[in-house]
Structure formats: structure tokens, C-alpha cells
Design a protein around this ligand. Sequence first.
Ligand code: NAI
Ligand code: HPV
Length: 392
Amino acid sequence: MTNIKTYNAISAKGLDYLTAHGYEIDGEGDPKGIILRSQSLHDEPIADSIRAVVRAGAGFNNIPVEELSKRGVVVFNTPGGNANAVKELTIAALILAARPVVGAIGFANETRGGDVSLRTEVNKGGYRGTELAGKTLGVIGLGNVGSKVANTALALDMDVIGYDPGLNANTAWRIDRHIVRAKTVDEVLEQADYVTVHIPYTEKNHFFINADRLAKMKPSAALLNMSRGGIVDDLAAKDALDRGALHVYITDFADEALFDHPKVIITPHIGGSTIEAEDTSALMAARQLDEYLTTGNIINSVNYPDIDEPFVTKYRVGIIHENVPNMISQISKFFGDNGINIEQLSNRAVGAYAYTLVAINDFTPEQQEYVKTALDEIPHVILTRRYVNDMI
Ligand SMILES: NC(=O)C1=CN([C@@H]2O[C@H](COP(=O)(O)OP(=O)(O)OC[C@H]3O[C@@H](n4cnc5c(N)ncnc54)[C@H](O)[C@@H]3O)[C@@H](O)[C@H]2O)C=CC1
Ligand SMILES: O=C(O)C(=O)COP(=O)(O)O
């Protein structure tokens, strides 16, 4: 049985899928794959036997992607699997930013005893809020989460302005035509009454919202961070709040510097924590992992190109290699020189890496044995795997 190692609470929907397909979860054998959520793998040993790491979720900054790419380990995430959950928490945060709900609940509890309703009615004026309708929401990052937040805000009668220079075609289709597309971040910061960031944590996005950008925001504005700690410079946000240059800051990422601040609301990274999101993400992760380990198809990888072809031959060989000239011709010559007929060859590249999937019918055991080791000797080939189609 193929062993899969897990970290964090992975929904039974995903784990059951794997066991039903012949995998063992956290067993004794050398693991072939890892499924995880937010556990950091940066300082964890990752066994040589690992061929795939799947993040059941969106953000993969907890995984040493570059190091794994060099080893030929395919890293996946499950885009969109928890986007609705984050959208709903973001809408809740918008309401918490507009209405002093948290303080009002505390006040309601303090009115115990005596004529509760009288004291409530006399003092509730301190808990007046504002409405979202007619206000402008700025959405930075219009991917799976941001696009949903933006569309939903329109339904709340907000005006929405979005910024995402790297928008992919799939997501672009989903964005309502009433959302204004900003050409610069500053346009969003200057116009918005609420700014919400939905971008990945990368080196480039470290402190994306910093003191300079906070200074561009309206002093009456609210800032929401459901993305990652480190995307907002929390100390700069705290300083802006203290100077009256920012109205409220709501973040899903706890930071010692922010605790007990009257203008800050912190949730403990629960954006993706719904039953539905955990089920969907775990099932996507399990399917993608099984598909890769049994057919060589790569779906939703963050470090190698996706190739998703029907497995209609008896065998396939998947070759992970560097994206350099002359690889396809060397690989096809290798098969030809060894008398192996190629039924189909798919190749795609992304950045520094490429993937070639070769479909074969007539493949003797001797050829298979030879190919496994000899292909790896072609310069720039990182890893070679053979797949057998049990249905044929
Ligand atoms: N709080 C939580 O529990 C959760 C947090 N997240 C965080 O939210 C992030 C976004 O999630 P998804 O929307 O699913 O990812 P996604 O990959 O679908 O979308 C991210 C979008 O951000 C854009 N982007 C990247 N850098 C940008 C920049 N500097 N300026 C403007 N746009 C930029 C990209 O072009 C992309 O369209 C994740 O990377 C993760 O860190 C995601 C799910 C749950
Ligand atoms: O998907 C993401 O990026 C998240 O932040 C969700 O994290 P979690 O899986 O709930 O620990």
C-alpha cells in the first residue's frame, strides 16, 4: 500500500477517498506523498521517497517550493476550495468594521439586572454604526477569494474597485462588469472606504500594505487582512490607528503588537475553517495526489506545469526536467534509440521547469527497467516515473 503522510486536521472526506483508493494514511512505510494545511515544512525533514506535496488550501508559503522543485517533487494546492469560506468571513469583517457589534455585545451583557430594556435604550446610542451600502470597497487581489468578495459586495450595494495586475483568464471571467478595475494600487487606496487584501504571501508581497500605502488611505477607512500575517506591516497599521489616520484594522492573523488595541479585531486564522471548505479542499487534495501518483497527470501544481491527459495507453513515463532547449528532441530520440514507440508526447513548461509525459503501449520489462535509470542520465532531467494503466 502506498503510504501518505499528513499534517494538520485533514477532513475525513479526503482521507476516506485515499483509503478507498488503496492508500495508507500515516502508516509505517516510506511515504510517497504529503497532504497538509498550514503546518510549516520549512524546517521539517522531507523524506527522499516523497514525490508530491499537496496543500489542502490556497496559500503555500509554508512549503519550501523551490527546494522541492529542484528535487522533482510536485507541489500542489487546491485553488478555490476554501474561497467561499474566506469570502463569508470577509463580509462578516466588513460588517464588524461598519457596526460596533463586538462592543455592543459586551454592553448588552453588562446591562444585566434591574430594568434592562430601559438602560439598553438609553445607552445604545454609543453603538451607532454606518452602512456598507453606498460606500466603496477596494479589493486588492481578484483571484478565487477576492473575486467572490468583490461580487458579493456589489450585492450589498457597495461600489467596488479592484486591483490585480496578474489576473488569470479563469478568474477574470467571474468578475462582475460593475467592478471598476484600477490600474494602480494607489487608486484603490485613495478611493476606498474599506480596503481588503486577498493576495498570496511572497517575498514581493511582504509588507505590501506599509506605512506609505497606509498614508494613501482615507483616515476614516477600514483595513481588512484575511490573507497572511506579513502582508500588512502591523506596526505601521497600529501607528496609523493611534494617529487617527486609519479607522479600524481587522486581521485573521494574530500579532502580539495588536492585542488589546481598541481599534483592532483579531480572528485566529479561521478564514478557511468551515466544514464545507475543509471537506472540499481535502477532497481536491486527495484526488490531485492520487491522479498524479497513479497516472502522472498534474492538476493545480504551483511549481510544475499542469498536464491532464486521458490515460489511454498501457504505460506512461513522466519526466520532470529543467526548461532548457533540446529536451524534447533528446527524450524522443532516447525512446526511438531504444526501440520504444511513442503513442503520444505532451510537454509543457513553466518558469525554470518543464514536464514531459510520454504515452507507450509496447514496453518490455527490460525496457522499463532500463528507461527508469538511463533517462535520468540525460543532462537537466530531474526525475523520471513510470505509470501502469491497470484498466488495460
Ligand atoms: N485566512 C485564511 O484562512 C485563508 C487565507 N488565504 C490567503 O488568501 C490568499 C489568496 O487566496 P486565493 O484568492 O484563493 O488565491 P488566488 O491565487 O486565487 O488569488 C490571488 C490573486 O492575487 C493576485 N496578486 C498577487 N500579488 C498581487 C499584488 N501584489 N497586487 C495585486 N494582486 C496580486 C494574483 O494575481 C491572484 O489573482 C492566499 O494566498 C492565502 O494566503 C486563502 C484561504 C484561506
Ligand atoms: O488556504 C489557506 O491559504 C489558508 O490560510 C487556510 O489555512 P488552514 O488550512 O485553515 O490552516
